[in-house]
Design a protein around this ligand. Structure first.
Ligand code: AMP
Length: 134
């Protein structure tokens, strides 16, 4: 059975898309730690542990995440974009990209932001338009 993230990449489950190419997809985390918190996934590989990916998929995912992070930094006021890989919840490799003002913004235990659909749309749109410029 397809993972929830495969179904998101196929458009079967809605998401706030930020960017995609043939093999990778980026969308806003629905429980964000900060505005612009984005998840980056391989579309066609459901391996649940990033270091079990084949080297080519792993390298491609990192290259794609780098471009998305540059777009996030351009769209969202922040000091830098933090990177994390947990995978404790969803068994489909994903990289978290989180705009940071301080180290505390990357604390996965803290209460998540509650955003409206309009806010999610606006944030995704602004990151997407920066991505298109790259
Ligand atoms: P983890 O597997 O521990 O890295 O956490 C999974 C992340 O996926 C969490 O930050 C969730 O908020 C996020 N998440 C789960 N389902 C969705 C969804 N349908 N759309 C966007 N983000 C999701």
């Amino acid at each position: 059975m397809a993972t929830i993230f495969t179904r998101i990449a196929k458009g079967e489950i809605p998401s706030f898309k930020v960017a995609e190419d043939d093999n990778y997809y980026a969308f806003l985390d629905i429980n964000p730690m900060a505005k612009g918190h984005t998840l980056v996934i391989p579309k066609n590989v459901e391996n649940d542990y990033i270091f079990n990916l084949d080297p080519e998929t792993y390298a491609g995912l990192c290259q794609f995440a780098r471009k998305v992070a540059i777009a996030i930094k351009a769209a969202i006021p922040c000091q830098r974009v933090g990177v994390a890989v947990l995978g404790m919840e969803v068994p489909h490799t994903h990289i978290h990209l989180v705009p940071l003002q301080t180290e505390a913004d990357m604390d996965f235990r803290k209460a998540k932001l509650s955003l409206t659909n309009e806010e999610f749309k606006q944030i995704a749109g602004s990151i997407a338009s920066e991505y298109e410029k790259l």
